[in-house]
Design a binder for this molecule. Structure first.
Ligand code: NAD
Length: 497
């Protein structure tokens, strides 16, 4: 059977790939490829960047009112048709439809923030800083910006960046993950329908060749990357060396500290939701429960009881959890269960060989719970990115905080307690970018900004919020004087107020 090939989206239209290279895209609930995706070569990369470059002067000079109307129309269309997009996400990523809708809603928040861009790109004005001299500033776009996104949020992560970039007057080349690429084309077509001029938002599919091309192309002014830590570091270093503005968000290993006074029913619910939602393939998933004794036994029992009630299957049916994204990834995650046993941990619930409500060939792995994980084990130190929840037992709050702060990563963390003073102390002492207090997945709302510390983020700008607008604009400071001819004269001294 010949599979359809997903084209690029360049200059406002579908652009079939011409490199001769493709990659298969799977439906993870069936374990079969449903289409191929074009993988760009250098010529296609140049074409996408040229398209964005040509659109830039037209777009940046379009009136703010007209740009804002297009952003509003995009928001309306996306809201009307989000269930169509959710099904695309489920068919390529595997997450259940309700979770896919949640992802779109969080992306919509950023679109909604971006509709308010006229206020957020305003400059400042100071009259008469010297006699008859005014100073003011403008915030203008950068030009062509590159966005490179991961597989786990094929709609939301691109929407962390492109609504703000576009609203601020930039033009975009988005390189989505080749594992679930269709959402990007759907979003691009919708934006065109909303009235976006051709070339403002381009989608270039590809792999390392496309990424390297974006990192090196002189007409690409900035890179926003989200993915695993080694690639984020590489992207940050390469694009910085090439003189670009870069924000590169990397991997994570998020801890949930449970104090003895916590409500264990609520805490167990939170551990389940944050550990196994989207099959653990979230950068803000909880992967380690740090239990301050004596809570561990009771908490583990409650988590295990809840796991037994979870339904796993095709995300288009009414299941709690879907499959993993690829067979290779599923096998890699599952291999950590043996590593855990070899390293002396206790496998409380083994997710291999579970019963599923779906095709037997899907990339299944059930929720897995592992107790007494040694902090030297790779189960603790590696980012696993699957439905595998570890428990580490500690004696005190201080021991728990020291453990979390020693992590290579600093994306998200949470504390579960009824003690306000302990929570306040935690927020102050913990070295992590996003903190939840009795909130397990503390992804900030759109008008704050998203980003971690340490190996979870490279560059000094977070995604969306005010920092997003800061990243996608550059400021001019203008000093202006309209002198009367009588005010002339020679003065070689440095100008002073
Ligand atoms: P990945 O690093 O494999 O891929 C991310 C992007 O980089 C993709 O577009 C991919 O095509 C490209 N890429 C892959 N290998 C490359 C290479 N050698 N050279 C250049 N480009 C390359 O990540 P993934 O598996 O798609 O996504 C999961 C990872 O993303 C996890 O580590 C997760 O923690 C991370 N993530 C982080 C955040 C965050 O906000 N910090 C958010 C979502 C996902």
């Amino acid at each position: 059977m010949t599979l359809p090939v997903l084209p690029h989206w360049i200059g406002g239209v579908q652009r079939p790939g011409t490199s001769g290279r493709t990659a298969p895209v799977f439906d993870p609930a069936f374990g079969v490829p449903t289409r191929l995706v074009a993988l760009a070569d250098e010529a296609e990369l140049n074409e996408a960047v040229a398209s964005a470059k040509a659109a830039f002067p037209i777009w940046r000079n379009l009136s703010i009112t007209k740009r804002q109307q297009i952003m509003f129309r995009f928001r309306e269309l996306l809201n009307e048709r989000k269930s169509e997009l959710a099904l695309i996400l489920t068919s390529e990523h595997g997450k259940v439809v309700s979770d896919a809708l949640g992802e779109i809603t969080r992306g919509l928040e950023v679109v909604e923030l971006a509709t308010g861009f006229p206020h957020l790109i305003k400059g400042e004005f100071s009259e008469n800083v010297s006699t008859d001299v005014d100073v003011y500033s403008t915030k203008g776009p950068l030009g062509v910006v590159g966005i490179i996104s991961p597989f786990n949020f094929p709609a939301m992560v691109p929407m962390w960046f492109f609504p703000i970039a576009v609203a601020a007057g930039n033009t975009v080349v988005l390189k989505p993950s080749e594992k679930d690429p269709s959402a990007a084309n759907w979003l691009a077509a919708l934006f065109t329908e909303a009235g976006l001029p051709d070339g403002v938002f381009n989608v270039l599919h590809g792999d390392k060749i496309a990424v390297d091309g974006l990192l090196e192309h002189p007409d690409v002014k900035s890179i926003s990357f989200v993915g695993s830590t080694p690639i984020a570091k590489y992207v940050y270093e390469t694009a910085s060396r090439n003189g670009k503005r870069v924000q590169a968000l990397g991997g994570a290993k998020n801890h949930m500290l449970v104090l003895p006074d916590a409500d264990l029913e609520l805490t167990a619910d939170a551990a389940i939701n944050a550990g196994f939602g989207s099959a653990g393939e979230r950068c803000m998933a909880i992967s380690v429960v740090v239990a301050v004794e004596p809570v561990a036994d009771a908490l583990i029992e409650k988590i295990a009881t809840r796991i037994a009630a979870l339904t796993i299957g095709d995300g288009r049916r009414s299941c709690d959890m879907g499959p993993l994204v690829t067979e290779v990834h599923r096998d890699k995650v599952a291999s950590y269960i043996d590593i855990a046993a070899e390293d002396g941990a206790t496998v409380v619930v083994d997710g291999r060989g579970i019963e599923v409500d779906g095709d037997p060939n899907g990339f299944w792995l059930g929720p897995t719970l592992i107790d007494n994980v040694p902090t030297t084990s790779r189960v603790y130190t590696d980012e696993i990115f699957g439905p595998l929840l570890s428990v580490v037992r500690v004696k005190t709050y201080e021991e728990g905080v020291a453990l979390i702060n020693a992590s290579q990563y600093g994306n998200g963390t949470a504390i579960f307690t009824n003690d306000g003073r302990a929570a306040r102390r935690f927020q102050n002492e913990i070295e992590v970018g996003m903190i939840g207090i009795n909130v397990p997945i503390p992804v900030p709302v759109a008008y704050y900004s998203f980003g971690g510390f340490k190996d979870s983020a490279f560059g000094d700008s977070k995604a969306y919020g005010l920092q997003g607008f800061h990243f996608f604009t550059r400021e001019k400071a203008i000093t202006s004087r309209w002198p009367d001819p009588s005010q002339g004269g020679i003065n070689l001294g440095f100008p002073q107020a």
